[in-house]
Design a binder for this molecule. Sequence first.
Ligand code: TYD
Ligand code: MG
Length: 471
Amino acid sequence: MPPDRNQPMSKSKSKYVCQECGYESLKWLGRCPSCGNFNTMEEELVLPELPGKGKAGRYFDIAFSSQPVVLTQEPQEGEMPEEGARILTGMSELDRVFGGGLVPGSVTLLGGDPGIGKSTILLQACQTMAKQGKVLYVSGEESPRQIRLRAQRLGVSNPNLLLLSSTQLQAVEQAVEKELPSVVIIDSIQTMFSGQLNSLPGTVSQIKECASALIAIAKTREITFLFIGHMNKEGSIAGPKMLEHMVDTVLYFEGDKNLAYRIIRASKNRFGSTNEIGIFEMGETGLRQVENPSAALLSGKPHGVSGTCTVCVLEGTRPLLAEVQALLVESRLGSPRRMSTGVEQNRCAMLLAVMEKHMDLRLGVSDAYFNVVGGLRLNEPSSDLALVLAAASSYFNRPVSDEIVAFGEVGLAGELRSVRDVAERIAEAVRLGYTSFLVPHTDRPKLVPAGATVYAVKNIAEAVEIALQPK
Ligand code: TYD
Ligand code: MG
């Protein structure tokens, strides 16, 4: 490439890195050719190579041996043992999301909006984790005094819990080498920086460098790391997408700051299912687990009102009751509004179209709003039937009978399709006092609990007929 006369010589050591995807280029580009985002290229200095090892030397030579071994061979001395006891956080809701506690030596990334409670939940978890081994809490965001005050309020105190207020990777590495804790919390990975790089904290190179150095420590010393991650405006964890590939587990802390319930969900988990969720409630003394989420999510459900229906979804292994709502009103706009919170908007639009076609309703002139109560997000198709019933209920202004729980996937022909674990869903609903169930006709359970009525229906028109109270 010909030298650029407009650039001073010293610039030859810098490169431009896309802050979204990590694409590197020698020139500044207005649009990243890799991810297509505009204005995301930032100048960063090139990492000096270590003599004889190249850029990557500092990570990989300490991390893994070059000697292949037989997969099923017993671990050698000094090697990590088979999966043994997991580290418990003292909160069963959180442990479940991890797949039954933290695996020693694993690296987890916890993302979430500011103020959602990331620092709070991990500090609370320290109380129990410190009973199982030394815990180092590294904060690059708060002073020791601030953390101490928060810990006092949360009732966290244990001589095994060490605090380090630093943003320097090298300081963290030193502290870890000296103390050899069993768990290290980094709050947050975006505030950490390495003195070896000249780019600012929070840039892709810095995040990549700090994360890989810490992950190498985790894997060689078998120390469990928990990284707190900031979110960018698109709602994913700030920094390179590669960060999510590097760690073992990625958790997202979701929910509206102003709503009562906060939900932790795994989006990647090398040691467990990604379907499990943990439900928490923010209070005066930190986050509390919600012991009976179905009852909590249904509390305050109005009686005898049109436009609401109870659904039973499966979140991982656990059935969960929730209330879905719909509001259909005559539109004053040329193209009617379709809005939804907690369910995918396209799915709602599809369900309205199916209703229009197969129930002969005139929905094209209605604005339609859908909502799932309590900040829950439903992404299982089994909530289709309840959404249809709530919409029909609002359209006809006839409430869905109070004792009814409905679930089933709705197909484009208006037919109801099978869902899994029908018996578990019914059992959970019976536990909360529901007696009538609308299920797809192929899913009629063999055993119906005493006192319960199961309606196995073929299509949405039939379901609406049964569920809506007479006018
Ligand atoms: P925090 O854990 O600092 O959020 P994050 O680290 O995700 O940015 O939690 C912040 C919010 O939680 C803050 O707005 C205050 C509130 N909060 C409580 O309501 N009760 C509490 O006991 C604590 C510690 C925080
Ligand atoms: Mg914080």
